[in-house]
Design a protein around this ligand. Structure first.
Ligand code: PGA
Length: 249
């Protein structure tokens, strides 16, 4: 059985006090559905978030990390540092990292390797830009993003990877992929996995959809058979909205 996951990517929002307030609000909510819940606060707030949620089923995850284990990489954070504050999962390859910080498939392959070597679970993000979709290239873009960053891995590594399909044109724009577009791409992703790693891995991977998921559209998107959850940006910053999405499962 694939796991359903709803992950809140807080991006560069919420200082320490705001993080604590939002966590308090989240803890007052009930998870009445059947999805695991993750939140990804900023690096500076991971430690306090982890401590606040120690006894909670809400998992605190990181938004990024560097591939090196330590050294002269000013401003960066390593897998070991994340682990030392209780983090067990890291988001890698978010489109904002790719677009604004020049993260290439090659860099991401190194980050994935470093995270898995440190026993971190990876939420690996990818997705096409609007121009790719307009020109009908969305599947070739997505398959090369996945293959370049992940297909050097042994089959056994995939149990520690969650995939997150996030069409760039739907992130923060209010324009969501239709449930059918999400389903078609998720099915294509599973076929791509199947062709190299076989049916067991393809069917066991959780594939999240991200891009303007809101309480109003979550149920329909999550009802699709190959959509196993969501990576939520804007709507994750409000506890009512986030739990309306969590409970859409
Ligand atoms: P959004 O962001 O929900 O605000 O579109 C999603 C994401 O970037 O993960």
């Amino acid at each position: 059985m694939r796991k359903n996951i709803v992950a809140g990517n807080w991006k560069m929002n919420n200082d320490l006090a705001q993080t604590q307030d939002l966590i308090t609000d989240l803890e007052n909510k009930k998870n009445t559905g059947n999805a695991e819940v993750m939140i990804a606060p900023a690096f500076t707030n991971l430690f306090s978030a982890f401590n606040a949620l120690k006894d909670s089923p809400i998992e605190v995850v990181a938004q990024n990390m560097h591939f090196a284990s330590n050294g002269a990489y000013t401003g960066e954070v390593s897998a070991a540092m994340l682990k030392s504050v209780g983090v067990k999962t890291v988001i890698l390859g978010h489109s904002e990292r790719r677009a604004y910080f020049g993260e290439t498939d090659q860099v991401l392959a190194q980050k994935v390797d470093a995270a898995l070597a440190a026993d971190l679970r990876v939420v690996f993000c990818f997705g096409e830009e609007l121009a790719d979709r307009k020109s009908g290239n969305e599947e070739s873009v997505v398959s090369s993003q996945i293959k370049n960053a992940l297909f050097h891995l042994d089959a056994s590594a995939f149990k520690n990877i969650v995939l997150a399909y996030e069409p760039v044109w739907a992130i923060g724009t209010g324009e969501t992929a239709s449930p059918e577009q999400a389903q078609d791409m998720h099915k294509f992703i599973r076929r791509t996995l199947n062709s190299t790693y076989g049916d067991n891995i393809a069917e066991s991977m959780s594939i999240l959809y991200g891009g303007s998921v809101k309480p109003a559209n979550a149920k329909e998107i999550f009802s699709k058979p190959d959509v196993d959850g969501g990576l939520i940006g804007g709507a994750a910053l409000n506890a009512n909205d986030f739990y309306a999405i969590v409970n859409a499962f």
